[in-house]
Design a protein around this ligand. Sequence first.
Ligand code: NAP
Length: 504
Amino acid sequence: MIGKDKICAVVAAERPRSMWAQLERALRQTRTVELRLDWLLTEKEIHAFLRRVAIKRPRATLIATCRRIEAGGRFRGTIANQLLVLAEAIRAGCSWYDLEIESICKCPPELLDVLLAEGRQLASAHFFRANPRNWKSIAAELRRSSPVAIKIAANSSSLADGVSLLRFAKSNRNVVATPMGDLALPLRCLALREGSALTYAPVERATAPGQMSLDVMKNLYRADRISGKTRVYGVIGDPIAHSLSPQMQNAAFHARKMDAVYLPFLVHDLRDFLAAIKSLGVRGFSVTLPHKQKILRHLDDCDSLAAAIGAVNTVVVRGDRKLYGYNTDYIGVLRALQQRISLTASRVLILGAGGAARAVAFALAQAGTAVCVCARRPREAKMLARAVGGETVMRGQLRKEFFDAIVNATPVGMFPAVEHSPLTSNELNCRLVFDLIYRPIETKLLQLAARRGIETVSGVEMFLAQGAAQWEIWTGERAAITAMRRAVLDALGTGKKKNLRARA
Ligand code: NAP
């Protein structure tokens, strides 16, 4: 065992003062910390920082790393200088040192014995571009210097790459397996469960591709509590970093004290993700752009409404790998609107004819609403209107028409292009405007509507409702909606919280 805490905080800064501040922050969350001494700008600053470590002697397992440029680090000195820094770090209280294979190969073992005998060696190999997959021979090479533990960090250009590295860790003792890259981000959370001796998370700045912060790893994903029994869920999309579903779904699991985690998967290739479901033990997942339609052809069965909409945003995994699809955007639309307008006696305009517009159109048409569709591609608008027994409206007509509600199902106005609105103020002839966008909470369109005294509904309402419905499908229990709402609003910032809470 390297440290009692298996989440290893990475402390990396250019100045001793910031490095120390990071160390103090790290120690509030974990007692295993890697000190990236190579990040400090000069050797003088390394000495200054280590002097402070020696005086204060923090009660923690400290791993000293002074990685040379050749191995992907920042240290410009020679190998001899590197070893001297590591020796000083050991004297200052670091019980471990990380030495990369590039230096080990060039060092006589006797020199390591003389200089670093008091420390425990973590021999490391980093593959920033390739994923060699011949883990056995790499491990054999690393073990030649008789380290106490070894670390292999490799870029994963697919989930399959990352899974193969974790599998190696599972079948070997004292191995730190670190899949790198954006695709592997969820694997860093699952690494401990898979048998890696540590997983790394920076306190502040990422020191390797695809890292998540210590705070996120510890408090959002609780990576150190994930075990073989933990149920794994997630969201797949491309891009995915902006998604608030992890905050929302994990808040519900925490509130209900369930041993489950919900992770974000950046998925370029749907087949790569689907192939990893079994080995990662994924029990269910949300689907977002651009996979909502494409996922349909990989399902074993699909809810009839989702099939009619032609889009799935929720998948349940049964048995080893049987996939069942649902569409909860549909439920989200109804929950957001039904208390505000009479669905059976209203005429509603939908802007856009994409995936979300289809869910809105089917939901409203089924509820008895008269549906009108306006999209920049008239053919798409016509097809959607026909599918739900509605009509199309040309953009030029909007100034003369009145609707009970207008629903924006285009991305116009979404962060970062927040200054845009899909309609102008004089096109808003209605009683209510519902914008599906939830980032920002108050879009330009909603601002224009509010200025004209029109009731507004943010996409947050639908986001919460569709998310709660997903959670209930997966768990069979009632969702902790208050906790989910709080998590989403906190993630969106505090600006509009009060208004939204009051309205909800
Ligand atoms: P989508 O399938 O890509 O469809 C987007 C629609 O908007 C298409 O009809 C597209 O027209 C149209 N569009 C795109 N850019 C436009 C522009 N500049 N001017 C006019 N029309 C434009 O996307 P989606 O999945 O339906 O998502 C649409 C929005 O709903 C997104 O902002 C998404 O975040 C939001 N959403 C929110 C929730 C929630 O829970 N609140 C759930 C789902 C979606 P073309 O076909 O001509 O490109």
